[in-house]
Design a protein around this ligand. Structure first.
Ligand code: GDD
Ligand code: MG
Length: 238
């Protein structure tokens, strides 16, 4: 069977970013002669993101773009779980819709996956020539601190635990999701810890994470508290 790559794209108020990210995804997949689809999981964005998504379905075709909305803002982790239900490909790519994750890295993820038959390939901002651009000191410290805390307590041996730009074998993602308990941003970290304890192989590709141009981050204080609780729960259970 030929490979098919399904992108799960969670959106909340991404009206301005969505057309461009879809354009770049379509371009990347076409140029690399890959079979693809994007599943947009929108949580009832008040800015009209879903109207834009519907236009994009007309433009690119329902075989390439699916819109799978939810009734309210239910969090990033459960958005992936929801999107996975509609995946028709054998590989899944998870990424943000605001260009912090650039589609040009996708062919590199795919090449590395093929090279060693990795179960997961994760983008990393914290190894090789990866990096973060456009964040203030506070946000940098939160991200570094979150990674440091989880890596010393849980030792998953992955250099970027909290990033979400990743490629998974579909069955592997389904397995990991079935044992992952977190609902918010902490989901990314828990998934890597679970993947390691299940014995899955993880490759890393350095990426540049550039902060969004349009709109605001949805990372707030409650997500940070949720993260700390998540580390603690894993530390006392795994
Ligand atoms: N459907 C849905 N989508 C959401 C929600 N919250 C955020 N999103 C979408 O998820 C993506 C990431 O959200 P941002 O608000 O842009 O996150 P960030 O602060 O830039 O955080 C990034 O860095 C974190 C830490 O490294 C990552 O954990 C996170 O996944 C993301 O890559 C965007 O496409 C955004 O629209 C939600 O509750 N529901
Ligand atoms: Mg962002």
């Amino acid at each position: 069977m030929a490979n098919k790559y399904s992108v799960i794209l969670p959106t909340y108020n991404e009206k301005r970013n969505l057309p461009i990210i879809i354009y770049l995804l379509a371009k990347t997949f076409k140029e690399n002669k890959l079979d693809w689809e994007v599943i947009i999981v929108d949580d009832a964005s008040p800015d009209g993101t879903q109207d834009v998504a519907k236009q994009l379905i007309k433009l690119y075709g329902a075989e390439h773009i699916q819109l799978k909305p939810r009734a309210g803002k239910l969090g990033l982790g459960t958005a992936y779980v929801h999107g996975l239900n509609y995946v028709t490909g054998n590989f899944v790519i998870i990424m943000d819709a605001d260009f912090s994750h650039h589609p040009t890295a996708i062919p590199q993820f795919i090449a590395l996956q093929k090279e060693q038959d990795f179960d997961i390939v994760t983008g990393t901002r914290y190894a090789g020539d990866g990096g973060v651009y456009g964040w203030d000191l506070k946000r940098k410290l939160v991200s570094r601190g979150a990674n440091f805390l989880a890596s010393i307590t849980l030792r998953p041996n992955v250099s970027d635990l909290t990033g979400s730009f990743r490629l998974y074998k579909k069955d592997v993602l389904a397995k990991i999701i079935s044992v992952t308990k977190s609902k918010g941003y902490v989901f990314q970290m828990e998934m890597m810890v679970r993947a390691r304890s299940l014995g899955f192989t993880i490759g890393e590709v350095p990426i540049s994470f550039v902060d969004r141009l349009y709109g605001e981050s949805k990372l707030g204080g409650d997500e940070i508290v949720g993260y700390l609780k998540g580390v603690w729960n894993l530390f006392t259970s795994v």
